[in-house]
Structure formats: structure tokens, C-alpha cells
Ligand binder design. Structure first.
Ligand code: MG
Length: 328
């Protein structure tokens, strides 16, 4: 069955779409009340975020737009040290979108939300003319425990820079799917709560956290360097990139440092906690391939330097220009 303009009318077809696909998949007591706004218990400090998802294709090796739209919002909340709690979702459905696809997407959202420990408590659907595309906006709320102060501006000289795993997998997957290149690369799309919670529970002095999404590692670290007025030095030999992604990069002239990821994060921690933090990441879900990739040096010299495997040093700039459109 396909989405028709009647599904966007606000009438019976709309109700049926919501009841049979979204309410059934998300099955949350607050959402099931179907009020105009979700009323939920609060906390002292809240983290809020929103993100829109327009990925093309909707389904790809390792994930789909449903898993992606939960992970993106959950991970942005986590990077402030918050515990993700509540999520809202808005669906823009083009006429002709496949209802079975929507069912799969909703189930994937429900499974990922369950994994990430976040409740889907409110939502909206709109139908527009078009070619059958699906777009999703998600907004999230998280509670920030007292005493947590995690910010890009907190990096200081001597801190260690940790990366939670291989770079470039999501970007390479989307590109390969669109270009019809056959390989075994899968998106890394994942919620990062286990790593963040384990670092905080062990009282690791976490200065800065950021999920390494569009713009890649180079862009994130340049933002850190600028915000905290310091220099970040990386060792290329310590930065993990899978052999498959390295080969794809070599063939297509891509740079893994500016490629997007959906299940990786950078953690800057105090030097004395570096080894414990690495141990914690490697024993947390999705962090088994974590590495210490560099250090914060020479404050007030805001740049990112890469010490290459061949023994040279180059300035690593953030992504400029378009990158790959509709990657998330
Ligand atoms: Mg982010």
C-alpha cells in the first residue's frame, strides 16, 4: 500500500496510519494518551536537541533512517553528559511512500529507542506531494546530573584525545550503496550511551565529548581547538580505519578524517585518566576498537596537527565545501 494525500488529511486515514504504524511500534504509555503535548517528570538541568534526517537511501547495510534518527538525537544528548529520556518525532511523508517501508522504519526506531533507553512520547505526521520520500525530524530531552560540565571549550594542555573506533564506515556505506559498489562495509550507526555512562560512572575527568558525524574527525577537533584555544596533535598511526574503507578512500580519493560517522565519538579526558578511559571504552558496547589518538598541546595556538605515518606533520583542516549530501 502507498501513502496517499488522504493519509495527511487529519481524518480517519491519518488516525489509522498513526495507530497502526507508529503507536503500535512505539507503544509508550505517555505517547498512547495522544495528547497535544507529552507531560513527563522533570529534572534540575535539561539537555535539548533536535535533528532532521533525510538520508538517501532509506535502508542501507548496518541501518536505516529509523535507527539513524534515534541514534543521532540520543548521541547529541549524550555528548553533553545527559541521560537521554524523551524523544519526539515528526514525519514528512511524500505521497507514494511505501507503507511497509514505514512499518520497518517504525520498528527500527522502536528497537533502537529501547536499546538507547529513551521513550518516544510524542509525534506528528504530514503528507505532501512528491516522489515517495520519507523525512524524519527527532527532538530529544535528557537530564544532566549535577556536577557535569562537558564542553568543547574545556580541553586543556596535557589532556588525552580518545576515538571510540574506526572512521568512515557510515559515509563509505552510503556512498557505496548509491554508487552500486559491492563491498562488505556496514554503517556504524549506534547509540553511544554505554560508553558515556561508563566513563562518567567511573569518575573519569571528561572535558569534551562529541559524536563524529558530518564533517568527520577533522571538523570536530578543529571545533574543539577553536573553542578551547588550544592545539590538538594527532598520530596518524593510531587512528583506526578499516582496510575496506582505506581501499575505498584510495580508489575514490576520499579522506577518512572528513568522512561522516554515526556511531563514533571523540572523548577528551585528563591525562591521568587516559589509560582507564581507554580500558572503559574498549569494554563498552561499540567501543571495542577505541584508541588514544592524540593529545592537547600548546594552548592559545588553535589548530589541529596530524603527525603522519611517514614522519611528516601537516595541519588538518575541517571539511570545507559540500561533502556528501543526504548522508544522514
Ligand atoms: Mg553531534
Amino acid at each position: 500500500m502507498k501513502i496517499t494525500m488522504a493519509h495527511g488529511s487529519g481524518g480517519q486515514e491519518t488516525s489509522r496510519l498513526i495507530d497502526e504504524i507508529f503507536a503500535r511500534a512505539f507503544n509508550d504509555p505517555v505517547l498512547s494518551r495522544m495528547e497535544d503535548a507529552a507531560v513527563v517528570p522533570g529534572a534540575g538541568r535539561l539537555a535539548l536537541t533536535t535533528d532532521s534526517f533525510v538520508v538517501d537511501p532509506l535502508f542501507f547495510p548496518g541501518g536505516d533512517i529509523g535507527r539513524l534518527c534515534i541514534c543521532g538525537t540520543v548521541n547529541d544528548l549524550l555528548m553533553s553528559g545527559a541521560t537521554p529520556r524523551y524523544l519526539t518525532c515528526g514525519f514528512i511523508l511524500e505521497q507514494g511512500a511505501d507503507i511497509e517501508d514505514l512499518q520497518k522504519i517504525a520498528r527500527s526506531m522502536a528497537d533502537t529507542a529501547h536499546e538507547a533507553g529513551i521513550a518516544i512520547v510524542a509525534g506528528d505526521t504530514k503528507v505532501v506531494e512528491g516522489k515517495g520520500n520519507v523525512y524524519i525530524n527527532t527532538a530529544g530531552v535528557g537530564f544532566v546530573p549535577d556536577g557535569i560540565d562537558i564542553s568543547a571549550a574545556n580541553c586543556r594542555e596535557g589532556d588525552a584525545v580518545l576515538l571510540s573506533g574506526n572512521l568512515g564506515d557510515h559515509h563509505a556505506t552510503i556512498l557505496s550503496t548509491r554508487m552500486n559498489i559491492k563491498n562488505d562495509i556496514k554503517s556504524d550507526c549506534a547509540p553511544l550511551g554505554d560508553m558515556v555512562h561508563n566513563l562518567l560512572a567511573a569518575n573519569i575527568k571528561v572535558r569534551s565529548l562529541r559524536d563524529v558525524t558530518r564533517g568527520g574527525l577533522a571538523t570536530v577537533l578543529n571545533e574543539f581547538a577553536r573553542a578551547s584555544h588550544c592545539c590538538i596533535e594527532l598520530n596518524e598511526a593510531d587512528i583506526p580505519v578499516s582496510v575496506e574503507v582505506q581501499s575505498l578512500c584510495a580508489i575514490l580519493g576520499l579522506d577518512p578524517y572528513t568522512m561522516g560517522n554515526e556511531g563514533k565519538m571523540i572523548a577528551v579526558v585528563a591525562q591521568e585518566d587516559a589509560e582507564s578511559a581507554l580500558h572503559i571504552l574498549r569494554h563498552s558496547k561499540y567501543g571495542e576498537n577505541a584508541y588514544i589518538v592524540g593529545a592537547v598541546t600548546h594552548e592559545k595556538n588553535a589548530s589541529v596537527l596530524l603527525h603522519t605515518a611517514l614522519g611528516g606533520t601537516r595541519v588538518l583542516s575541517g571539511l570545507t565545501g559540500e561533502g556528501l549530501p543526504r548522508i544522514c
